[in-house]
Design a protein around this ligand. Structure first.
Ligand SMILES: [Cu+2]
Length: 148
């Protein structure tokens, strides 16, 4: 019985956290799946990659944005043509629930680069948590974006 209650609580908690959005209309914020748990595959230095923001280079304005993210080999820094990436777009709020924005990811003509569409509904610091989804490569990191 205790275990069942624990399960129910851990299911309800994240949902209730997502119910409240701050600052922007609730239509702007949508549920994103949490970052998937690490796969069982053992990672070595040869198949670790990171995700970097390549565009835009300057200031990012509030509202709808199109970003270009690139997957790079951790060791060589070279672009890696991975199958896909997962990205979440969140703004941590002091004393309020984290704002979570919808993210759309499309491949570009350049292998290893992805077009990421999201909405920065508020000025301030946004965190893009990126995870590599590929049979050979793995890795993930957070990209911090200052929105004006
Ligand atoms: Cu906010």
């Amino acid at each position: 019985m205790k275990n069942i209650m624990k399960k129910i609580i851990t299911l309800i908690l994240p949902i209730s956290l997502l119910m409240v959005a701050c600052g922007s209309p609730s239509t702007d914020t949508q549920t994103q799946p949490e970052t998937a748990p690490q796969t069982e595959t053992t990672a070595t230095a040869e198949n670790m990659a990171k995700v970097a923001l390549v565009s835009p280079e300057g200031d990012i304005a509030m509202g709808d944005v199109e970003l270009i993210l690139e997957v790079q080999d951790n060791t060589s820094g070279e672009t890696v043509a991975v199958e896909n990436i997962e990205v979440s777009s969140k703004m941590p709020m002091e004393g309020e629930d984290t704002m979570i924005s919808k993210v759309e990811i499309e491949p570009t003509e350049t292998p290893g680069q992805f077009k990421v569409k999201t909405n920065f509904g508020m000025a301030g610091t946004w965190n893009l948590a990126a995870t590599v989804k590929d049979a050979k490569y793995q890795g993930g990191n957070e990209i911090t974006v200052e929105v004006k």
